[in-house]
Ligand binder design. Structure first.
Ligand SMILES: Nc1ncnc2c1ncn2[C@@H]1O[C@H](COP(=O)(O)OP(=O)(O)O)[C@@H](O)[C@H]1O
Length: 285
């Protein structure tokens, strides 16, 4: 596969996607260094910093990676690239991969690394040709091999690991809905998990669609209870080691979600030292 070959051999091509350029400007080992470089004293009068954010979001199915990654992508002006979305786009096409992917995804299994690299490389190349720079990756890397290859070809600045109790994750997955027209995600679950075994209780209000989306909601075929349980099992087996991979590099920021979006979003911005970022950006806009 050509794209995978390029991914594996970053130095073989001079003009390639973002992934293939190892940044010389950042030699970060510690997240705090990255944060001070990017956020504590950002130059808001410079609309084109030399290097944009290259972040990864990790977390179990249903934790809200897509929601928070997409909000941060709007805030920071970098693309939110979710490999799950790339897989679903391929699934909904009539391409040769579609049938093969449907079987894998609907059983809650992982797609092969090769297919994921191919889809991701194409997405990054398309973005680069439109002038995109930086990224927030969501759902990638999901295996140690994916993490190692990504590490070979680019510098990841920060890895945010979102965490939520498992019973809530399942409820959230079962409540997920997507507008078949605009593609936006919603959640109809009203969560009230009791405090137990030393864990605090947790409430999350549903994220309901506006009236023009309400009649067009669909549920992902892999958001059934059985498939969600299998995805959680696969996550614990294949993706949890990725957390340790980044922990060892000093890039992992663990974030326990305290509740729904209204409680969690301001706290996440605070943890990322971005709480005054929005205000300053809008002030210079
Ligand atoms: N990096 C990846 N490696 C392998 N398979 C992936 C990857 N990203 C997405 N997929 C496939 O797409 C499905 C949906 O992904 P995603 O939307 O990220 O789901 P989740 O809600 O489980 O985080 C996964 O269950 C898997 O089959």
């Amino acid at each position: 596969m050509a794209a995978l070959t390029r991914l594996l051999k970053p130095s073989s091509s001079a003009s390639t996607s973002l992934l293939f350029r190892r940044s010389l400007s950042t030699t970060t080992a510690a997240v705090s260094e990255i944060q001070s470089q990017h956020h504590q004293s950002p130059n808001f009068s410079d609309p084109k910093p030399s290097r944009n954010f290259q972040w990864v979001f990790l977390g179990c199915p249903g934790v809200g990676k897509g929601t928070y990654a997409s909000r941060l992508s709007n805030l920071l002006g970098v693309p939110h690239i979710a490999t799950g979305d790339l897989v679903r786009e391929e699934l909904s096409s009539s391409g040769p991969l579609s049938r093969q992917l449907a079987d894998i995804v609907n059983q809650g299994k992982l797609v092969s690394d090769e297919i994921i690299f191919d889809l991701l490389s194409k997405r990054l190349e398309a973005g680069e040709s439109k002038g995109e720079s930086g990224f927030i990756l969501d759902g990638f890397p999901r295996t140690i091999r994916q993490a190692e290859i990504l590490d070979e070809v680019t510098e990841i600045d920060l890895v945010v690991n979102l965490k939520l109790r498992e019973d809530v994750l399942v409820e959230k997955c079962l409540g997920r809905r997507i507008c078949s027209q605009c593609g936006k995600g919603f959640n109809v679950a009203s969560i009230n998990a009791k405090a137990e075994n030393g864990r605090p209780g947790m409430s999350m209000a549903p994220l309901l669609p506006p009236p023009h989306c309400a009649s067009k909601l669909i549920t992902r075929a892999d958001d059934t209870e059985q498939v969600v349980q299998e995805r959680l099992r696969v996550y614990n087996e294949k993706s949890q080691p990725v957390e340790d991979f980044y922990k060892n590099q000093g890039k992992l920021m663990e974030f326990d979600l305290p509740g729904g979006i209204p409680e969690s979003w301001p706290k996440l911005l605070e943890a990322l030292n971005l709480d005054d970022y929005e205000v300053k950006r809008s002030a210079v806009a």
